[in-house]
Design a protein around this ligand. Structure first.
Ligand code: SF4
Length: 478
C-alpha cells in the first residue's frame, strides 16, 4: 500500500492562529477533510465524552469549533459517543440516560456544542448496523452504532492517549471500540470466543471464595455480572457459568483483586487486533473515503478517558494531526511519543521508559508485559484499512483573522465607545482623574523575591539559593 499523508502541527501556541483550536481547524482543511462535506450532508463527529471524574478527555471547545466549521461547509453536524460495555459495576456511560448525564457534566451538550449531542447506539446500546468483514484478521462481522452508520460523513475527533487494553487510545480505538454498539463492543472484546474470550481463557479460583458468603466485601460477587453468571450455591461455593460469558469486563475489577480469576493476556492481544477489524467495519458502514481523522495528541494520559481518573501525562503535548488514514495517523502519534522524552513524575518515568526511543505506551499504559502498542496499527495495515507508511506534512498556521471572535469583528472603539460613555467603567471623576484610591509608590522588587518559608515546621529554601541578607524576616526589610 502506498504511503499516506498525515498533516501535522506541533503543540506550541502563542497567538490566535497557533491556538490548538485553530490548529485543529487548520489541519482539518489541510488534510482535505473539508472536501468530504457536501451541502446537507449529515456529519457525525465521534468524540469520547469521558468517564465520570475523568479529567483528560478533550475539552468540548474542539468539537464545538469543528461543528461550526462543518456548518460553514453546509453540513448538518452532530456530536456523538456510544454506550459502553458494563465494564465496571459502577460505570457511568452504560446506557443512553447515563452517558448523556455524564457527557453534560463533562461539558458536552447541545447548548455547548451548537448542535445535538447524540448517543449513537440507542438507549441500551443495541441500535446498530451489521457489516460483513471478509477482510477481517479476526472478526468476520462488526456492529456499528446506528447513528454513525446512517451519517453521510464521519469525522473521528480523537484524544490520543494510552489505554490499558488497547495500549494506545487513538483513531483506531475511537472507531474500533467507540463507534461500535454495545453488541459490537462485546464482539470486539471476544465475548463467547472459544479461545480468546474471558470465559474460555481466564483461570478461575473458586476455592479462594470458600467461607466468604454473606461477608460485606464479597456480596458484590453475585451482582457484578449483568448476565447473572456468578452464583453462590448451598455449599458456600462460588460457581461461574463461564461458557455463557459475554466478556463485558464487568467482573474484572471484582474477581481479580480478590484472587478469584486471572484476566488472560491473550484476551487483550486479541482485542487489540479486533479493534482494527472493527474500525474497518465503520469505514465500510459509512463509506470508504467518507471518514476523516483528527488526533489531538495532548494530555497524553496513560489510561483512557474511559477511566474514572486521569494520571500525569506520560509525554508533553505532541501536537495536532489529521489524515484520511486511521492507521497512518495513529502510527504518526506513536512515533512522536516514542521520539519524545517522557514527562517527569509520570508512569513513563516510574517504569523507566521516559527516554527518547522508549516504547512508552507498552511500559506505562499496557496492563500486561508483552502487549504491543502497534498491534492495532499492524492489523490495520495488514487488512488494507490503511498504511503504517506515511508522509508527515508540516502545516503552516493559517491567517489569524480567520480564527478571531466571529460575532462582531469591529475594533474596540466601534464596539464599546458609546457604551462606555453610557456605562463608564473608569471613574474619571474621582482622585483627580486617576480614578481609584491607591499608594503612589510601593516596593515592587520586595514582592518579587523568593523568601525562606516553613513547610511542615521545617525551613525550606526549595531550589532557590538564599543569600544571608535575604534571611532577614520580610517585616524587617525596607
Ligand atoms: S462473567 Fe463475563 S459476562 Fe459476566 S461480568 Fe464477567 S466478563 Fe461480564
Amino acid at each position: 500500500m502506498a504511503q499516506s499523508q498525515v498533516y501535522y502541527m506541533d503543540a506550541h501556541s502563542e497567538s490566535t492562529e497557533t491556538s490548538l483550536v485553530s490548529k485543529m481547524l487548520t489541519v482539518f482543511d489541510a488534510a482535505g477533510l473539508d472536501e468530504l462535506v457536501k451541502p446537507n450532508d449529515i456529519v457525525a463527529i465521534k468524540i469520547h465524552c469521558g468517564e465520570w471524574n475523568n479529567s483528560a478527555y478533550l475539552r468540548p471547545v474542539y468539537a464545538r469549533a469543528l461543528a461550526d466549521r462543518i456548518k460553514e461547509l453546509g453540513g448538518r453536524p452532530f456530536v456523538c459517543d456510544t454506550t459502553t460495555s458494563t465494564y465496571s459495576p459502577w460505570g457511568s456511560r452504560s446506557s443512553e440516560l447515563d452517558i448523556v448525564l455524564t457527557a453534560e457534566r463533562n461539558g458536552y451538550s447541545s447548548a455547548t456544542l451548537g448542535c445535538p449531542f447524540i448517543c449513537a447506539d440507542g438507549f441500551i446500546g443495541t441500535s446498530d448496523y451489521r457489516v460483513d468483514l471478509p477482510e477481517g484478521y479476526l472478526l468476520k462481522e462488526a456492529y456499528v452504532a446506528q447513528a454513525i452508520a446512517a451519517a453521510d460523513v464521519l469525522i473521528a475527533l480523537t484524544h490520543f492517549k494510552g489505554h490499558g487494553m488497547g495500549v494506545i487510545g487513538g483513531a483506531l480505538k475511537n472507531l474500533g471500540i467507540g463507534a461500535q454498539s454495545k453488541r459490537g463492543k462485546l464482539n470486539v472484546h471476544m465475548g463467547g470466543h472459544p479461545n480468546y474470550g474471558y470465559g474460555a481463557a481466564a483461570k478461575f479460583h473458586p476455592e479462594r471464595f470458600k467461607g466468604k458468603a454473606n461477608t460485606p466485601d464479597w456480596e458484590i460477587l453475585e451482582d457484578c455480572c449483568p448476565f447473572n453468571l456468578y452464583h453462590i450455591n448451598e455449599n458456600d461455593e462460588l460457581e461461574w457459568e463461564r461458557e455463557r460469558c459475554a466478556t463485558c469486563l464487568g467482573c474484572f475489577g471484582v474477581m481479580g483483586p480478590r484472587g478469584l480469576a486471572e484476566v488472560p493476556p491473550v484476551n487483550f492481544d486479541a482485542v487489540d487486533v479486533a479493534i482494527a477489524d472493527a474500525c474497518l467495519g465503520v469505514e465500510k458502514a459509512v463509506g470508504r473515503n467518507k471518514v476523516g481523522y483528527i488526533n489531538m495528541a495532548i494530555d497524553v494520559s496513560p489510561r483512557c478517558d474511559c477511566a474514572n481518573h486521569a494520571d500525569i501525562p506520560i509525554v508533553p503535548h505532541l501536537g495536532v494531526f489529521a489524515s484520511k488514514d486511521a492507521v497512518a495517523i495513529d502510527m504518526a502519534c506513536v512515533d512522536a511519543a516514542r521520539q519524545s522524552v517522557g514527562m517527569p513524575g509520570s508512569a513513563a518515568e516510574l517504569m523507566e521508559a521516559h527516554h527518547a526511543g522508549d516504547a512508552k505506551f507498552e511500559a506505562a499504559a499496557a496492563t500486561f508485559h508483552g502487549q504491543s502498542e502497534v498491534a492495532s496499527i499492524n492489523t490495520g495495515h495488514e487488512i488494507g484499512l490503511g498504511s503504517r507508511d506515511y508522509e508527515l506534512v508540516d502545516v503552516a498556521p493559517a491567517d489569524g483573522d480567520k480564527y478571531k471572535f466571529p460575532y462582531d469583528r469591529r475594533p474596540s472603539r466601534q464596539r464599546f465607545g458609546e457604551r462606555f460613555e453610557k456605562f463608564q467603567p473608569f471613574p474619571y471623576d474621582r482622585h483627580d482623574g486617576r480614578g481609584f484610591d491607591r499608594h503612589e509608590k510601593v516596593d515592587l522588587e520586595a514582592m518579587k523575591k523568593h523568601y525562606p518559608h516553613f513547610v511542615n515546621g521545617e525551613l525550606s529554601n526549595g531550589h532557590v539559593e538564599i543569600s544571608a541578607e535575604e534571611l532577614v524576616p520580610a517585616d524587617d526589610n525596607d
